[in-house]
Design a protein around this ligand. Structure first.
Ligand SMILES: Nc1nc2c(ncn2[C@@H]2O[C@H](COP(=O)(O)OP(=O)(O)OP(=O)(O)O)[C@@H](O)[C@H]2O)c(=O)[nH]1
Ligand SMILES: [Mg+2]
Length: 327
């Protein structure tokens, strides 16, 4: 049995193991966890504590975790409390065991002001980040005011992360600029900030060229936010180059979008999107619980295999749904 009052009291008292248990509850799909889960989320929403939500994505090995560690440490030095939610979109396929190794961030995890959470994706509703939005909320309620969400960029995952954060940071490795077309235009358009990582040693010159190429690529795109031309920075997690500047620019993005109301509008839009996604998926779950609808859906799927047109097969099922709702 989950003692939700005890968990909430622990989270309020700053107990990180209670927060870890709370997040396990947030991620749980077990029916008996849904009531305590609901109470936890209601508590978190009522706390009214807000954080700066920052998404950090980029191709595999771009240096995301390493950057988050040094950025997180710098933020702590500046008095922030930092939560890191690292999502591995492929963990369903790989069994999730790699996640632990890749997201260790040892120095950061030793700090009492930091909370690290590797999250295995479950591939269900909302794709890879189904429960991350709620995890963000609970971390904020626990008093973390900088929430860093790491995920590997694999196309759709960037779009999902962008739809749950205030500031979306896209990382590129030195050399990535030579194939700027390789970074999908749609993803570049989502970025509030571009960072060329590993600008050190014999990659420093290449990083410089990559930054220049990314700047010219960005200048060809429509500027999404009138008062925010997207900056292109260079960082090194080894030498510390650009880390303080990155932290300042991330904070500046938040300040700029707060000042002109864009942040509020963005959050409202995100809430509505998420509401719609949950509702649509949930409605089907409820409707498909009806044996008649389930049978019709199964028959329609079979007819698809036999060459039926998808739209006609779907109409057949919807007819049954409508009849059931009327009845
Ligand atoms: N020279 C140099 N190497 C770096 C830097 N940042 C990361 N690396 C190295 O790049 C490799 C990948 O770094 P990670 O931080 O694990 O990259 P990631 O993007 O989190 O990787 P995935 O989560 O696996 O996609 C590691 O071997 C790091 O040591 C940097 O600033 N400079
Ligand atoms: Mg990583």
């Amino acid at each position: 049995m989950v003692d939700i009052d005890q968990i909430i009291a622990g989270v309020e008292a700053g107990d990180r193991s209670a927060l870890a248990r709370a997040l396990t509850l947030v991620e749980s799909r077990s029916p008996r966890h849904q009531e305590p889960r609901r109470r936890l989320l209601a508590w978190a929403a009522a706390r009214g504590l807000d954080g700066h939500r920052v998404g950090i994505t980029g191709p595999p090995g771009a240096g995301k975790s390493t950057l988050i560690e040094v950025l997180g440490l710098a933020a702590i030095e500046a008095g922030r409390r930092v939560a890191v939610l690292a999502i591995d979109p492929s963990s369903v396929l790989r069994g999730g065991s790699i996640l632990g190794d890749k997201t260790r961030m040892e120095r950061l995890s030793l700090r009492p002001e930091a909370f690290l959470r590797p999250t295995a994706s479950d591939g269900a509703l909302g794709g890879v980040h189904a429960r991350t939005r709620e995890a963000v909320l609970v971390c904020e309620a626990a008093g973390y005011d900088l929430i860093l969400v790491e995920t590997v960029g694999v196309g759709q995952s960037e779009v999902e992360v962008a739809s749950m954060v205030d500031t979306f940071v896209l990382l590129a490795q030195p050399g990535a600029g030579d194939e700027v077309q390789g970074i999908k235009r749609g993803i570049l358009e989502l970025a509030d900030l571009l960072v060329v990582t590993k600008a050190d040693g014999d990659q420093a010159a290449l990083a410089q060229r990559t930054a220049t190429q990314l700047r010219s690529a960005m200048s060809l795109l429509r500027q999404a936010h009138p008062s925010w031309p997207v900056p292109v920075l260079q960082t090194s997690s080894v030498t510390g180059l650009g880390i303080a500047l990155l932290l300042a620019v991330v904070a500046d993005h938040r300040a700029t979008t707060s000042a002109d109301g864009a942040l509020l509008r963005q959050r409202a839009r995100q809430q509505r999107q998420w509401f719609n996604a949950l509702l649509h998926a949930g409605v089907w779950e409820v409707v498909a619980a009806d044996p008649g609808v389930r049978a019709a859906a199964a028959a329609a799927e079979l007819s698809l295999d036999a060459g039926a047109l998808a739209s006609l097969a779907a109409s057949d099922v919807l007819d049954v749904v409508r009849a059931r709702l009327r009845g």
